[in-house]
Design a binder for this molecule. Structure first.
Ligand code: SF4
Ligand code: SF4
Length: 477
């Protein structure tokens, strides 16, 4: 919640902070305006017999939820709503048509947004506006979520009122992008929604298109003992520092920052972000030998008590030592030893014996580049590129690195090419030169493979001579 002058609108520590009652739109009676019996007898105006079958499965159904919202809107009445009351009914009608025909009736994209911003709104238009006029425009609005997704119920209720009043009442909390998403606004409502979000709710739009996408983070030091750096602060700081990149698309394609405060990667930064900031440590895993013995003796349950199955007595050799991927641990019956130089930070031993083992004290983060879902090339996991960096305010080291990456990629990246693909195309060696870092053994593409780093003769002490004819003798064309 970082709008200048409004940072503390929703801060409960501040006198006069905002509450739901200050800005609510609907009364309690309006919010609870139908009975379950009314819902059972409610029929929407379109035949949706095909998608209604989805309601009979074992899982909660979006069809039931949207029907509920359709009835609710009908009872609120058009006079109290800023977009067509029947938006949910037409939405279900159009989905039914798509299920019959096996193809979507949303037109792809479209340029739509709010003044001064190039992202944050994803245009969505129906190609069947005569049949479903209430979803002729059905835009998606991305809202920049707070650090670690901490909300107050007052704020969420206020947000829901706004969604109901100016949108379809349908939200997505949270999409895989990370943002809080408001679905189904008309073009006319975009500016009023933006005004209300920024002035009443103290939040900004997120990213969409070829820009920095809304940075997201795990819960980090707010609640997690594994945190190696203050990822929420770094996420907020970089969000504010790179506002221009977030709101004004200048990149070849999307670029995602994600911040995991330890290698457990709860935000999946390593698989989902172009630049993954993953908490790490330089020194040794801290060991409490007395607690190790307590695990071995069965006094402390394994995995913080999370294992419900009956695995029998804890077996440190089988469950910890043998499962260490680099075999860098040993147990002599009374003492646990770790060869920390060989530890790959997989977190297995720490997760299994959290009272006995802790992440190191000299901590910061590692940075990996280039993860993405399949688009031009197949899906790829991020490449470990910066094995360790401190993450201390004002984060000048990290910002300088980001500046180099953006400057290079804006010039070199092709249209709709993620940075991981640019690195693949021009080589990791070039990328390392751009960043000004030497090749390091920790740069890993996948275990035990050459991350395509080549040394020049001048970089190796003593050098060597190349004889192309000799090489060709062994490698005929
Ligand atoms: Fe905790 Fe690590 Fe998960 Fe963040 S990534 S919530 S620090 S376990
Ligand atoms: Fe081994 Fe993983 Fe523990 Fe490191 S974190 S010592 S690699 S089990």
């Amino acid at each position: 919640m970082g709008i200048e002058g409004q940072e503390h609108l929703w801060d409960k520590e501040v006198t006069g902070h905002r509450t739901y009652n200050d800005i609510r739109i609907f009364t309690d009676e309006q919010l609870k305006n139908y009975t379950e019996d009314e819902l059972k007898n409610f029929k929407i105006k379109h035949d949706i017999s095909m998608i209604e079958k989805l309601e009979t499965g074992p899982w909660p159904s979006f069809v039931s939820d949207i029907k509920r919202e359709a009835l609710h809107r009908k009872k609120i009445g058009q006079d109290e709503l800023m977009i067509p009351m029947e938006v949910c009914e037409d939405l279900l009608g159009q989905v039914e048509l798509s299920y019959h025909e096996g193809e979507t009736h949303w037109k792809h994209g479209g340029i739509v947004g709010v003044l001064g911003y190039g992202g944050g709104v994803i245009g969505r238009y129906s190609d069947q506006p005569q049949k479903f006029p209430a979803v002729a425009h059905f835009h998606t609005i991305r809202v920049n979520q707070p650090g670690a997704k901490f909300y107050t119920t007052d704020w969420l209720r206020s947000f829901c009122d706004l969604c109901e009043y100016r949108g379809s009442g349908i939200t997505n909390l949270h999409g895989s992008t990370g943002d809080l998403v408001m679905l189904g606004a008309t073009t006319e409502q975009l500016e009023p929604i933006f005004f209300d979000l920024t002035h009443d709710l103290g939040v900004d739009l997120g990213g969409s298109g070829g820009n920095l996408r809304t940075p997201s983070d795990c819960i980090g030091p707010a609640r997690c003992e594994y945190a190696c750096y203050d990822n929420m602060d770094l996420c907020y700081d970089l969000t504010m520092t790179f506002q221009d990149e977030l709101h004004r698309p200048a990149f070849p394609y999307k670029f995602k920052f994600k911040f995991d405060a330890c290698p457990n990667c709860c935000t999946a930064a390593i698989a989902r972000s172009d630049m993954a900031y993953i908490g790490n440590w330089k020194d040794d895993i801290r060991i409490n030998q007395a607690a190790v013995k307590a695990y071995v003796g069965g006094e402390i349950p394994r995995n913080g008590g999370a294992v419900q199955a009956d695995w029998g007595p804890f077996n440190i050799q089988e469950e910890i030592i043998d499962n260490c991927p680099t075999k860098c641990m040993s147990w002599d019956g009374s003492k646990l030893t770790i060869n920390n130089a060989e530890c790959t930070r997989c977190m297995h031993c720490i997760n299994a014996m959290p009272e006995a083992l802790r992440v190191g004290a000299d901590s910061g983060l590692s940075i990996s580049f280039g993860a993405k879902a399949p688009i031009l090339e197949g899906a790829q996991i991020a490449l470990m590129t910066i094995p360790f960096m401190y993450a201390k305010k004002p984060y000048d080291n990290i910002k300088a690195l980001v500046g180099k990456v953006f400057d290079w990629w804006i010039e070199e990246g092709k249209n709709r090419e993620r940075i991981g693909e640019t690195i693949q195309r021009v080589s990791l060696k070039t990328f390392c030169e751009v960043l000004g870092i030497p090749p390091m053994p920790q740069m890993v593409k996948e275990p035990r493979s050459n991350p395509y780093v080549f040394f020049k003769e001048s970089e190796v002490p003593g050098g060597w001579t190349r004889d192309i004819n000799d090489y060709r003798k062994r490698h005929p064309r």
